[in-house]
Design a protein around this ligand. Structure first.
Ligand SMILES: Cc1cc2nc3c(=O)[nH]c(=O)nc-3n(C[C@H](O)[C@H](O)[C@H](O)COP(=O)(O)O)c2cc1C
Ligand SMILES: C=C(O[C@@H]1CC(C(=O)O)=C[C@@H](OP(=O)(O)O)[C@H]1O)C(=O)O
Length: 387
């Protein structure tokens, strides 16, 4: 059909998560270690809670791949919830003998209250289990397949943290090499001084029973110009990327390139002027647009930021109402992360990779990865684009 689909299933404390990715070409080489390195990266970052000590995420392939290569059918991946062992009675798919109490304390900032109205539940757990960001493990598993597809076409998707609470990083990486060592930093920040301040801020806020938000940034290098389209609103790649990134739990804003700084800039300093030389072909000296003009990739690196609100479950709970009595109460107090900005960046890499891979599938089709490579090569030659 020429498009890519990614479906996830699973609850936070159920037996596990499932991802199905449909629409990849045959012959695509996958590397289990590379897939699982991303699964592990998503679990890291200073500020995560006790759950990450229990889980050891890995994506097991159960369909669509043989001897390390896709066969052209849907690929299915499974991620086990190790914590299910502690929740077997509460989360068993089948009726259990034991008494299982309902949760009646919706947490502000979560899907809890609206979810029980909308889906007709009396138990908040029936909402929160699926709404939980545990689901992002399944997205990263599926995004790993999209990344493998992009890698085969010379595209790399990377991320770093640019803000935690009020602390901003001055780092402006311009090449993939500039991301070296980012995964070794406790908050995936490229500036050592900002990183130390971010860690200190998280510690201080945590002690004060607060949670912390921030901004991650994804940069994609090597994407061919003309992905997406200027002719229909739903084909515009900026819109598709914004939807994918903003769908990450707790993400409240998305910006491209200089994003929210552009409204204050004069027009003469808000765009990327066009130049041409014999050896470079067409080129730009700036990338304020973040690699997108008119809903299409320009060939410059894509730059996408996502703003995460502070985590909504607090160790000193917010005020709420008991939905069984309608009396004032404190929100459910669960074990919780306090900052997830580094993980948010890894999840956003997966979402950006998925949208880019889908855009390649729409533009170039191809049943085997070699057909895709050839179509991309011929197109780049026609437009005279040089990597
Ligand atoms: C990787 C990741 C981990 C998260 N961990 C928690 C958590 O431990 N506790 C919590 O209250 N919210 C956590 N969240 C955020 C909530 O899942 C999210 O705020 C909630 O589902 C409501 O959705 P909304 O904020 O997009 O409206 C996490 C988000 C991400 C991306
Ligand atoms: C499990 C993950 O994130 C979870 C997302 C989450 C939430 O409410 O979104 C709440 C926490 O889960 P728990 O209630 O089990 O401690 C996080 O740990 C994960 O990222 O793999």
């Amino acid at each position: 059909m020429g498009t890519l689909r990614l479906i996830t299933a699973g609850e936070s404390h159920g037996p596990g998560l499932t991802t199905i990715v449909e629409g990849l070409p045959a012959g695509l080489e996958l590397d289990r270690d590379v897939l699982n390195a991303d699964m592990a990266r998503r679990q890291l970052g200073h500020g995560r809670g006790g759950r990450m000590k229990i889980e050891k995420d890995a994506a097991e392939v159960t369909a669509g791949v043989r001897h390390g290569r896709t066969m052209g059918g849907p690929v299915a991946l499974q991620v086990v919830n190790r914590d299910y062992a502690n929740w077997e009675e509460r989360m068993n798919p089948w009726p259990v003998e034991a008494e299982v109490g309902e949760v009646h304390l919706p947490r502000p900032g979560h899907a809890d209250l609206v979810g029980v109205w909308k889906f007709g539940h009396t138990d908040v757990r029936n909402v929160l289990e699926r709404a939980s960001a545990r689901e992002t493990a399944a997205r990263v598993a599926g995004g790993g397949l999209a990344k493998a597809f992009l890698r085969a076409l010379g595209v790399q998707v990377l991320s770093h943290v640019v803000q935690v609470g009020p602390i901003r990083s001055p780092a402006r990486p311009v090449r993939p090499e500039d991301f070296a060592g980012v995964d070794d930093d406790p908050v995936r920040c490229l500036d050592a001084e900002a990183s130390r301040a971010m860690v200190a801020h998280i510690n201080q806020q945590r002690k004060a029973n607060e949670s912390i938000g921030g901004i991650f940034e994804v940069r994609a290098f090597g994407a061919t110009p003309g992905l997406g389209s200027s002719v229909s609103w739903e084909e515009r790649l900026d819109g598709r990327l914004a939807q994918a990134v903003c769908s990450i739990q707790a993400c409240k804003g998305v910006a491209f390139g200089d994003g929210f700084d552009l409204p204050a800039a004069p027009g003469s300093e808000a765009h990327d002027e066009i130049f041409y030389s014999e050896d470079r072909g067409y080129f730009r000296e700036t990338n304020r647009a973040g690699g997108l003009e008119g809903g299409m990739t320009t060939g410059e690196p894509l730059i996408i930021q996502g703003a995460l609100k502070p985590i909504p479950t607090l160790t000193k709970p917010l005020r709420s109402v008991d939905i069984s009595t309608r009396e004032p109460a404190q929100a459910l107090r669960e074990r919780t992360d306090s900052s997830v900005v580094p993980a948010g960046g890894v999840v956003a890499e997966a979402m950006v990779a998925f949208v880019l891979a889908d855009a390649y599938r729409r533009k170039f089709g191809g049943d085997h990865i070699d057909d895709v490579r050839e179509a991309v090569r011929a197109y780049e030659e026609r437009i005279g684009w040089r990597r």
